[in-house]
Design a protein around this ligand. Structure first.
Ligand SMILES: Nc1ncnc2c1ncn2[C@@H]1O[C@H](COP(=O)(O)OP(=O)(O)OP(=O)(O)O)[C@@H](O)[C@H]1O
Length: 268
């Protein structure tokens, strides 16, 4: 199959004190090439663990990840990761950061230059190519991270709270950029966020996960990502279904968190 198959994934962490945490239990999901999935859920429901397993950083204790039919057994360039912050080489120029993967692969300099220039144009950093990363704002650094990820031509882009550290206005602009890149590149994207609004706007499919053990609680298929491509996202939020779905999900997560609090008070 072409696409990403998350097949019955479980993850149990053994703790030094002899206990264990069941971070994920029987999580299954198929993503077709080019689908954009956002993942929400209360703290500790296994979002990052799931992403790390898809990335190949962690081996699951049960189940299997397959990409385009092949079993994932470790990290590889076919899956690119964009973190919240701190994953760039601060001392290197923007150009060298973006071209890092191709340099490692030995791509000829002229070809690499053309590719990096193109991607920096796409993310709107054409005037900042020679700057060092530490000279850039947080939003610009995340543009570099996106360009660097795309430069490796992954099939799947994994994003763990990529916009979480940005101020509200920059975040809104970056949400628009993520949608633009999604449409222009046709990449499969999984995006973890703590923001219900962001998950609604960027999730063509939206997964709400539940904790203890981490599992899929509910999945939505939503029109907002498609409507938001090249559009004013504030207008998209006026869609009649937007506020309704937002309330439904907020209540769902609120109830889960109340239940967790109740359980921890009982066991205290
Ligand atoms: N290396 C580890 N060893 C032991 N327990 C772990 C480890 N990594 C994660 N966990 C536990 O697994 C559960 C899921 O963690 P994870 O970080 O995936 O959740 P999350 O949904 O991403 O949380 P958050 O929203 O707070 O980032 C938590 O209970 C966490 O404490």
């Amino acid at each position: 199959m072409s696409g990403l198959e998350i097949d019955n994934i479980s993850m149990r962490f053994e703790l030094p004190n002899g206990g264990a945490v069941q971070a994920l239990k029987d999580v299954s999901l198929d993503l077709k090439k080019g689908e954009l999935l956002s993942v929400l859920g209360p703290s500790g429901c296994g979002k990052t663990t799931l992403l790390n397993i898809v990335a190949g950083f962690l081996a699951p204790t049960g189940g299997e990840i397959r990409l385009n039919g092949g079993t994932v057994s470790g990290p590889s360039a076919d899956r690119g990761m964009v973190f919240q912050q701190g994953a760039l080489f601060e001392w290197m120029s923007v150009r060298d950061n973006v071209g890092f993967g191709p340099s490692m692969k030995g791509m000829p300099a002229a070809e690499k230059r053309e590719k990096v220039d193109h991607l920096l144009d796409v993310v709107g950093l054409q005037d900042f190519k020679e700057k060092a990363v530490y000279e850039l704002s947080g939003g610009m650094q995340q543009r570099v991270s996106l360009a660097r990820c795309l430069c490796n031509e992954p099939d799947v882009i994994l994003m763990d709270e990529p916009l979480g550290a940005l101020d509200a206005l920059t975040r809104e602009k970056m949400q628009g950029l993520v949608l633009k890149l999604w449409k222009e590149t046709g990449k499969t994207i999984i995006l973890i966020t703590h923001s219900v609004e962001e998950a609604l706007l960027l999730g063509e499919r939206l997964l709400v996960m539940a904790p203890r053990p981490g599992r899929i609680h509910r999945e939505y298929r939503l029109p907002f990502a498609e409507l938001g491509v090249g559009a004013d996202l504030r207008e998209v939020k006026k869609h009649p279904d937007y506020a309704k779905t937002r309330e439904e999900i907020l209540t769902m997560i609120w109830d889960m968190e109340e239940e967790i609090m109740g359980r921890s008070e009982e066991s205290a």
